[in-house]
Design a protein around this ligand. Structure first.
Ligand code: FES
Ligand SMILES: [Fe+2]
Length: 455
């Protein structure tokens, strides 16, 4: 049971708060690089702070306070110049450290600019994302997690802005069990209401509910446990009538990378994903679905100059929440718990074990930082940071033992490019339907299958 005070401690990320202090020890994605090609200036909110990200004419990034020090003009309207960002009102020019380089309407011997400075953060690009660091110096290295660092994948970035606290999103990362009802029964219900539900046995929601019916018939349930590692933990699952020797119990999957990245996918799968829930402020989370596809040899994968990005709305044109795809269901569960859910009112069960593990880890890390320590997943050795590989088991390792609650949908991604019984592609049941290169992806999956058939 979490008290109201503990709930505040775990959720609030503003400057000076315990969790905000912990969060300021990490790099945070704040934009897709592709966004800056459309507009080199972007207003940023991160950890409750308002800033402006810009790319100057030399191509260098800056992240500075969003209000001009002269008369508070919003610098989202700023003009990128050769060496910084110029306020459009009276022309003050700022560099990436927040220094005022010019006050062009003042007398040449004016010293105003020497006495003031804007807040500034560090900023770097990796894997098609722009990352910011706002904490104490010396800044740690920007972690090169493998999907960001690798050069060989075909990538797509789909983002959503959610009206809820980041921890609700993160707690879902520990929650393997939700797949049955949220991605099974609710999915069926959403399609039923739209007049689109079929009894397609290959549809993941039908498979998930078939498996659940079987569990209920056998009188068994799925057990879950966290397996801690140097990056956070993985989650293991097991049907209650299976042996604990099963690989699925001994070997966790879907690593949680503290503080807020989830890896999903097996090593040999075409698709691997990072789901990333960035705290913009206490009640807004930027969700990034970072998709990296590795198609087998022989598939003609186009070169990407820039990783494409799409920001997608939560509601349809009628103002209704979109529930007929997997991430849409996750998101409604996150903000459906309220802006910041009142954890003093909850009643946790055995199936919440991994969620509790995350809270414990978070609390430990907050305490560690408050005592002056360095939290987990802060990297300072460039050699160790070349490419960070989360512990992801291969499907072969897990074979025969997979007991994930959403199982049955396991092979469904291999069918992405095919038409379902309902007439839409299986890909459309997932967030990839919003991928900027949706058609390209379908074609690549088609090629992969043709290649496999040719052997
Ligand atoms: S308000 Fe920015 S230069 Fe005057
Ligand atoms: Fe989910």
């Amino acid at each position: 049971m979490v008290t109201k005070e503990e709930n505040e401690l775990l959720t609030k990320v503003g400057a000076g708060t315990p969790c905000g202090t912990l969060m300021r020890r990490y790099w945070h994605p704040i934009a897709a690089s592709a966004e800056l090609l459309k507009n080199p200036v972007k207003k940023i909110r991160i950890l409750g702070e308002d800033l402006v990200l810009y790319k100057d004419r030399r191509g260098q990034l800056g992240l500075i306070g969003d209000r001009c020090l002269h008369r508070y003009m919003d610098l989202r309207f700023g003009i990128p110049e050769e060496t910084g960002l110029r306020c459009p009102y009276h022309g003050w020019l700022y560099d990436a450290t927040g220094r005022v380089l010019e006050t062009p309407l003042e007398p040449v011997d004016s010293h105003i600019k020497d006495h003031v400075r804007l807040r500034a953060g560090r900023v770097e690009e990796l894997g098609g994302l722009v990352w910011a660091y706002l904490g104490a110096e010396p800044a740690p290295l920007l972690p090169r997690w493998d999907l960001f660092a690798r050069e060989d994948g075909f990538r797509q970035i789909v983002t959503h802005t959610l009206p809820c606290n980041w921890l609700q999103v993160m707690e879902n990362r520990g929650d393997l069990g939700h797949g049955v009802y949220l991605h099974g029964r609710l999915f069926q219900y959403a399609l039923e209401r739209a007049g689109r539900l079929t009894d397609d046995p290959n549809a993941r929601y039908n498979a998930a509910m078939r498996q659940q019916a079987d569990r209920l018939r056998r009188g068994v349930h799925t057990r879950y446990r966290p397996i801690y590692n140097e990056y956070g933990f993985t989650k293991a699952s097991l049907e209650s009538d299976q042996s604990e020797d099963s690989p699925s119990w001994q070997m966790g999957m879907n690593p949680v990378l503290f503080p807020y990245i989830l890896h999903s996918g097996h090593r040999e799968r075409i698709r691997q994903v990072y789901q990333i829930g960035v705290p913009l402020d206490d009640t807004t989370t930027w969700h990034i679905s970072y998709h990296c596809y590795n198609f087998p040899p022989g598939v003609d994968v186009p070169k990407q100059e820039v990783v494409p990005h799409a920001e997608v709305p939560l509601k349809d044109e009628r103002g209704e929440y979109i529930l007929d795809y997997v991430l849409g269901q996750d998101m409604v569960a996150w903000y459906g718990q309220g802006e910041t859910t009142d954890r003093s009112q909850e009643h946790l069960g055995a199936s919440d074990e991994c969620l509790v593990a995350y809270r414990k880890l978070l609390r430990e890390q907050i305490d560690l930082v408050m005592e002056g320590g360095e939290p987990t997943n802060v990297f300072r050795d460039p050699a160790a940071n070349r490419r960070l590989e989360p512990p992801v088991p291969s499907q072969r390792e897990l074979r025969g033992g997979f007991a994930g609650a959403a199982g049955g949908g396991q092979y469904y991604r291999a069918n992405y490019h095919k038409a379902s019984e309902g007439g839409w592609t299986y890909l459309d049941d997932d967030v990839e339907r919003y991928a900027p290169d949706r058609e390209v992806l379908l074609d690549l999956y088609r090629q992969a299958e043709e290649g496999a058939q040719r052997g």
